[in-house]
Design a protein around this ligand. Structure first.
Ligand code: COA
Length: 376
């Protein structure tokens, strides 16, 4: 199975409808694949904003059929922040049935409006309603608590997290589709930014934005092979897990993807890792196997994950600085990795990457996908 083309809108606060963002990203992916919509056998899509306010449309598949001018099956895949990754995983499994040849996978979100309560409620619906939300455990709070546990156990510091955020901001400055494109942020600014949920500061949190991303996947051979895929789930309450400092779903999804890809971890040249919070990027290094448990921060200090490091992570700027439009994020990761493998990334291009990995999380480790791609 292969990737034919990828597309992505700019990530920003533009006031386009979610279906306009989906259309824009899909058209770019089709153009990249040198195809038109009539060659698509099935569409898989994900969008959280499709369930809200003036943009709410129960019969979304029909709305998309009209927009895309098609009569093929259209399937909606909801998995909050992992919506894009899970939609991709579902698409790959449809290809496996051999019934479909070319699939459009698309995620889009019009998340940020002027009414911030709506955005907050949207994001909150990805966590547990009664115990967490009613106790005020918003995502920054929940993740700050998990981070405190990690700190107690392994002794990493807020300065380590600031370095992760700084790396992602430096990369985003070079990405014309990222929110922070050409808007540099200093390490000092990051360390002195306002406290959001102690000890997390503003720059430890990802940035909610609007945007869309898409990929055309196919059974027809191209230069980008889908080498391995993994998808795992876990409890919605992270505090009811045996290990609160790491995400078991990441470990399981990664194991499955590595096994299918038949590669060693050292074969991976570049990765997009789900940095919903800087701490999540840190312990995901460990969950994915790039570092031993508790040793991720050591590699951060050595610059191991920098653009010129051994395994560059989040060359796009990540969720932190490119932005995080929930259901589009997993496919934006695919967009970056495919373009890195095709050497189209300009100033943020990594030297000669052959194998790339995407890691997409829904909630606090409640659903996770890992996708591995190879340039052939
Ligand atoms: N990093 C850097 N800058 C940020 C930012 C972030 N995470 N969030 C907002 N800003 C900036 C905005 O761009 C804006 O700048 P401007 O005035 O120059 O336009 C300014 O800060 C105020 O924006 P606003 O939207 O009012 O911020 P806020 O205080 O309402 O929200 C957070 C800040 C951290 C609470 C919010 O970004 C957040 O909740 N992030 C996490 C999202 C999340 O949980 N996603 C799901 C993960 S699983």
């Amino acid at each position: 199975m292969f990737v034919k083309g990828v597309g992505m809108t700019r990530f920003d606060f533009s006031q386009k409808y979610w279906w306009e963002l989906a259309y824009e990203a899909a058209m770019e992916a089709l153009e990249d694949a040198k195809m038109n919509i009539s060659q698509i056998d099935i569409i898989i899509f994900s969008s959280m904003s499709s369930t809200d306010g003036s943009e709410h449309q129960t019969h979304k598949v029909s709305l998309l059929a009209e927009i895309f001018k098609t009569n093929v099956p259209i399937i909606e895949v909801p998995a909050v922040c992992a919506g894009g990754g899970v939609a991709f995983w579902v698409g790959v499994n449809f290809l496996r049935t051999k019934r479909y040849r070319n699939i459009l996978v698309v995620g889009a979100e019009h998340l940020v409006e002027n009414v911030s309560e709506v955005v907050v409620d949207h994001i909150l619906s990805a966590s547990e309603r009664f115990l967490e939300q009613m106790e005020g455990a918003l995502f920054p709070v929940q993740n700050a608590l998990l981070w405190q546990r990690y700190q107690q156990k392994y002794g990493a510091t807020m300065d380590d997290l600031a370095l992760i955020s700084y790396k992602n901001h430096q990369n985003a400055v070079l990405n014309e589709k990222a929110y922070f494109y050409q808007r540099p942020v200093s390490l000092e600014q990051i360390k002195k930014s306002p406290v959001v949920a102690s000890p997390f500061r503003l720059f430890d949190c990802s940035l909610s934005v609007n945007g869309g991303a898409a990929a055309i996947i196919s059974r027809e051979r191209t230069d980008i092979k889908i080498l391995g895929t993994g998808f795992a789930t876990d409890t919605i309450l992270p505090f009811s897990r045996k290990d609160e400092t790491h995400f078991l779903a990441t470990k399981i999804a990664a194991k499955e993807a590595y096994r299918e890809a038949k590669i060693r971890l050292s074969d991976i040249d570049v990765a997009e890792i789900h940095d919903a919070f800087s701490s999540v990027e840190l312990f995901s290094y460990e969950d994915l196997g790039f570092a031993k448990e508790g040793e991720g921060a050591k590699l951060v200090r050595e610059g191991y994950f920098n653009l010129d490091g051994k395994v560059p992570v989040n060359p796009s700027g990540g969720l932190k600085a490119k932005g995080h439009p929930i259901s589009a994020t997993g496919l934006a990761q695919v967009y970056e990795i495919v373009n890195q493998l095709r050497k189209r990334c300009g100033k943020r291009q990594i030297k000669n990457p052959k194998i790339g990995l995407c890691h997409n999380i829904g909630g606090a480790g409640g659903s996770v996908t890992v996708l591995i791609f190879k340039k052939i």
